[in-house]
Design a protein around this ligand. Structure first.
Ligand code: ADP
Length: 349
């Protein structure tokens, strides 16, 4: 099923939780709603589910306007952060529960249950109660319960936040695999950009109720269209610095470091205060001759297989990645080059 959201706004008294959001989600896609806490992700999801009513705007499932259609009739499956299993029921009864409200035969119900039990490999858990299950197992049951009605859309609200780091990684791979196998349109809410990048066809990045960017993870990473997006996406912080123009030349603010910027790099910028942004992998250690500037090493952090070097330069911190073979110590002077084609120029926030 395809989902179309047009100018959706949802307020709680004075708080505009979702502000004029428009987006198209294609059939069979997994889209992540990503953004900092309080940016409106869950409110958007709950409004799509019909658990909240919108203040204005339209929601279409395929070409049907669902604004006034009740949650039960929207044919959605939902998974919540805390799994929301019924504690007094066995796992089997928990999974059966959505079907008891529907007018389907016992045989059909049993077939549906068998199918999701097989899919999520939870057969041995059926006679237990939720408090006899680990977090990961409860999560699988919650997904099984969401899928048992064969919904057209799967909505997941921070489904992995209660799992430990290793299990999160494993479970997100499984969710993605399952989603592709079923080819079910899925919306997945998270505040974790690594999680979002790893499983999504597209990421919808929000801030303060507003859409910031909607695109494939790689495109958002490579071509952030504003400073918020550039800073939010990326495991290591992007380097940012203010740019000052003096006599037609651009400098890093408060330095004599000239940054050579082409006219067309200014195309999206309007304000007098410009910000340059360069990812740590695009700031490169080099020889003095090739360098744009030098700085004194302040810290070395191990990030995965690489080292992240941190430099102080006036009011800025600059970070760049190097391999562990590159030997260097705190206090050393290092020469650095900005990969010009990777330099982003934004208006200040
Ligand atoms: P997110 O899921 O991105 O963390 P939410 O959608 O939960 O953000 O919240 C968006 C904004 O709406 C926040 O400012 C939050 O405080 C507010 N909000 C969310 N739910 C309610 C509610 N039921 N009543 C009042 N304000 C709410």
């Amino acid at each position: 099923m395809k989902i179309t959201i047009k100018n959706l706004t949802k307020k709680f008294k004075d708080v505009v939780a979702v502000n004029e959001l428009s987006v198209d989600i294609n059939d069979g896609e997994l889209v992540t709603f990503l953004g900092p806490s309080g940016c409106g992700k869950s409110t958007t999801l709950f409004t799509l589910a019909g658990l909240y009513s919108q203040d204005s705007g339209e929601i279409y499932f395929d070409d049907i306007l669902v604004n006034d259609i009740d949650t039960e009739k929207r044919n959605i499956g939902m998974v919540f952060q805390n799994y929301a299993l019924y504690p007094h029921m066995t796992i089997l009864k928990n999974i059966m529960f959505p079907l008891t409200m529907m007018k389907i035969s016992k045989k059909q119900a049993r077939d549906n249950v068998d199918e999701v039990v097989e899919l999520l490999k939870i057969k041995e858990l059926l006679n237990r109660k939720p408090n006899q299950l680990s977090g990961g197992q409860q999560q699988r049951v919650a997904i099984a319960r969401a899928l048992v009605k064969k919904p057209s859309v799967l909505l997941m609200d921070e489904p992995l936040s209660n799992l430990d780091a290793k299990l999160r990684l494993q479970t997100r791979e499984e969710i993605r695999k399952l989603q592709k196998k079923l080819n079910i349109t899925t919306i997945f809410v998270t505040h974790d950009q690594d999680e979002a990048a790893s499983i999504s066809d597209k990421i919808l990045l929000m801030n303060k109720g507003k859409l910031q960017q909607y695109d494939e993870p790689r495109n958002i990473y490579d071509n952030p269209n504003n400073l918020f997006t550039a800073k939010f996406i990326g495991s290591a912080p992007i380097n940012t610095f203010e740019i000052h123009k003096i006599d037609e030349k651009c400098y890093i603010h408060n330095t004599n470091i000239e940054i050579n910027i082409e006219e067309d790099q200014f195309k999206n910028t309007l304000s007098a205060r410009l910000i340059g942004a360069i990812r740590p992998e695009d700031l490169v250690v080099c020889s003095k001759e090739e360098s744009h500037f030098s700085a004194i090493l302040d810290q070395i952090q191990m990030i995965g297989k690489d080292n992240l070097l941190v430099f102080n330069l006036n009011e800025y911190k600059f970070r760049c990645f190097t391999s562990p073979e590159y030997k260097i110590s705190q206090g050393d002077r290092v020469y650095l080059k900005i990969r010009k084609d990777k330099l982003h120029i934004f208006n200040s926030e």
